[in-house]
Design a protein around this ligand. Sequence first.
Ligand SMILES: [Zn+2]
Length: 370
Amino acid sequence: MKQVWRPFSNPQLLVSKVFRARASFLSNNPSTRTLYSGRYSYGLRGLLKANALLKQGCSWKIGNGLSTPAGSARWVNGCIPEFKPGISLPNLAPHNVIFFINHQTMGWDTAKVVASFVPADASSILVLEAPNTAQEDFCYWAGTSSGKYSVKTGYAMLQQQLYSTSTHSATDSFWKILWSLPLQPKWKLFLWKLLHRALAIKVELYRRGVPIQDVFCDLCRSEPEDLQHLFRMCVTARSVWRGGCLGIHSEFNGDLSLSDWIQYYIRLFISLDGPSSTRLGAFVGTLWTLWLSRNSRIFRDSSASRPFDSLLAEVMDNHSIFVNSEAPASSPNEAGVVAGDSSPPGFYMAQLGRPPGEPFAFSSSRWLMV
Ligand SMILES: [Zn+2]
């Protein structure tokens, strides 16, 4: 991938000009696909394959919006935004991002954005930096703060993808593993609620029709407070993960759902260190502390909020005391939970905010403690 990044980021080089004559690397334009047909060398074939992989880790910064397809490019925080159901594909085909730019205000066309995208993605688009229509759209590597590709982050992306595809169907067995881990019961319950989107954060409340003032993160005020943002993408979360003992780049591979991301690390630490992994404790402890810190911010006087490091140190002290003094549950039954993705005791399926007369929809229901 580094060999692709080099000609892409240095268009003045002779090698860049030679390769660009045969294929347009990292291009969003579907018409360039025609350049990939015909005979080409093994070397060029390898570069094209690397180009396809590299593209998955790149994001687009919108300038004039002319060359970026709104429905197939990763231009919203490294993700492809989702159109509202009911918008027909023929209507979407010609829509490059320029369609959603208001050239009189030089900002986003709120009406078009809200009418076209699902609420969460529409909110994300409207808080993006206003497009600079004087320059062209450009591509950057999402895994580093500089926007430049590095081999280390490229390798990490491929590792996460490999894990995601090979273990995605093994979610059920994950719960068996989780219930048997030597973690505090409140941590396990927290993880279970987190992975079932049962935590009362703003975007989840909004989706259930609960009236709230706004959906934005109280810390950075720049993004909606959804699970992915709160635990991975918020500037605070990024800094906590990167600066912590695990050195995790949480923003990397943003396409991976929070659930897959968490399962990846839990399985990784167990496979490397065993069920009593210190790194596993630090990982779950960091998630738990992010949650405590957020609640402290929301529900208490901000002056009473403690520094994150101090809170994390106390959380990890409690974890050590638990691990050293309590006999961990050795089987799923001891944790009081049956095998598989079943609910813990005291949890039931409920659907909030359902309009009268509308049939029950499993997909929009959630597990809640009652
Ligand atoms: Zn934030």
